[in-house]
Design a protein around this ligand. Structure first.
Ligand code: NDP
Length: 419
């Protein structure tokens, strides 16, 4: 019997919860808790009679550590799955430590208020020292390592697709394909079309912050930062076709550079259509991506939060999104003294996801790995105490679970390289 507390009930959490309910021999009891309890109740009602998993719901504001502690003490879960927003990572980790419960999430910490003077001091120091200026980095959560180790608890960070599966692909490449890896290119392609001129596939605020930031990559032991969207290439993706790809900063580059130290270069590329980029640039130019509040008619409004209210809810894109995603990693390196290259990726169809769980493929490709990561923790396959990213664990059982639960891998031993 395993009791799991899921915090958050948005696009990604809904998929993860539905997938947990498909594996009810492990996920026997779930509590779905979020800021808006009505969303949890709606999902619980949808699942009633369709699963043997016992589901309860609760209201929680996870920005408040004490509320999370009270809920954990009441429900007594074996694991807390944080599928709310990156803003809540630290408060939920604090609550897990205080109550002695394992923790996992799907994205690394960033603050909601980037004007917070205390946070800005640390941020600006890091920008200077490390050389990348994204709002998120691992330092905040890595600072909890010793505390989790001492408590004998596991914190699994970033267990979605990217971050998440991409790091398991790296661990797999290192374990089975290479003696040494020289380069890693992570390619995230969304060939889906939802028919809107502009919409984001996951939380708009988090998504737009990420893609409007300067890009950066790891080269010969240091970060190289470039202006946003200034490196563009074309790539022919299996099952999708030719797409424009842009170099972005992405969180898993930071942990991979640490955990596979021989790698000389790590880059992350994502596809974007011209319409998305034009809209984003325009919104940025007029100040709509700003997180600094402005006064409007006597009220304080955060522009990017107002924009979120105007944009389609990513969870509503499911019925109208057609096409496929293709996300994976291309490696170069050496095996038995010979140069080789290797590509491992997953292709996922938006409409197939919608038929199965009522969501588009971006929520699906994040929610399924979250469930599989929870499965690894609950079944004791990943049990090393401390704060860890996915590449630090054995990739074999995780990739087998992904193959089984909806995200099977494809491989090529002669991939076309990215320039
Ligand atoms: P949504 O905005 O759809 O859902 C967020 C959920 O969190 C909502 O249910 C929201 O409640 C809840 N929430 C927000 N603040 C609080 C709070 N203070 N207390 C309790 N609940 C709260 O986001 P997504 O589902 O699109 O994304 C979820 C996470 O997945 C994000 O961290 C995102 O960055 C990550 N992600 C990771 C990917 C990966 O590959 N690793 C890819 C895509 C996303 P309410 O309804 O009240 O707003």
């Amino acid at each position: 019997m395993n009791k799991v507390l899921v915090i958050g009930c948005g696009g990604v959490a809904s998929v993860a919860i539905k997938k947990c309910c498909q594996v009810n021999e492990v996920f026997t009891d779930l509590c779905i808790a979020s800021r808006t309890k009505a969303n949890c109740d709606r999902l619980a009602a949808e699942l009633k009679g369709k699963t043997a998993t016992q589901i309860t719901t609760a209201q929680v504001d996870a920005d408040d550590v004490q509320q999370v502690i009270d809920l954990i003490n009441l429900y007594k879960p074996d694991l807390v799955m944080n599928i709310a927003l990156p803003y809540q990572d630290l408060t939920i980790m604090d609550a897990c430590l205080s109550c002695g419960v394992n923790y996992m999430d799907t994205a690394n910490y960033e603050p909601e208020d980037t004007d917070d003077p205390l946070w800005r001091v640390v941020f600006e120091k890091r920008c200077k020292e490390k050389g990348f200026s994204a709002y998120f980095d691992y330092s905040w959560q890595w600072a909890y390592r010793e505390k989790f180790e001492k408590a004998g608890l596991v914190a699994l960070l970033g267990c979605g697709f990217d971050p998440g599966v991409t790091q398991a692909y790296c661990a797999h490449a290192k374990k089975h394909e290479f003696d040494t890896i020289d380069t890693i290119d992570i390619l995230d392609c969304n060939g889906g079309d939802h028919g809107y001129a502009f919409a984001t596939n996951f939380n708009p605020e988090v998504n737009l912050r990420e893609v409007s930031a300067p890009g950066s990559y790891w080269k010969d032991g240091h970060w190289v930062e470039i202006s946003a969207m200034s490196i563009k290439q074309e790539y022919e993706f299996d099952a999708v076709g030719q797409k424009d790809i842009y170099l972005l900063h992405h969180e898993e580059i930071e942990s991979l550079a640490k955990n596979i130290p021989e790698v000389k270069r790590i880059r992350f590329f994502m596809t974007f259509g011209q319409s998305y980029l034009t809209h984003m640039k325009c919104l940025e130019n007029v100040g709509m991506l700003s997180t600094t509040p402005v006064e409007f008619n006597g009220q304080q409004i955060v522009p990017i939060k107002f924009l979120k209210a105007l944009l389609p809810d990513p969870a509503s894109l499911g019925p109208r999104t057609h096409g496929k995603t293709n996300i994976g990693c291309i490696f170069t390196g050496k095996k038995d003294g010979k140069e080789k290259s290797y590509y491992i990726y997953n292709v996922c169809d938006h409409q197939e996801c919608y038929k199965e769980v009522g969501s588009q493929a971006i929520s699906y490709t994040t929610g399924v790995p979250a469930m599989c990561g929870a499965l690894m923790l609950l079944t004791g396959k990943w049990n090393q105490a401390g704060v860890h990213t996915v590449e630090e664990f054995d990739p074999d059982p995780f990739l087998t679970a992904l193959d089984q639960y909806g995200l099977p891998r494809s491989e090529s031993h002669s991939p076309v390289p990215v320039d």
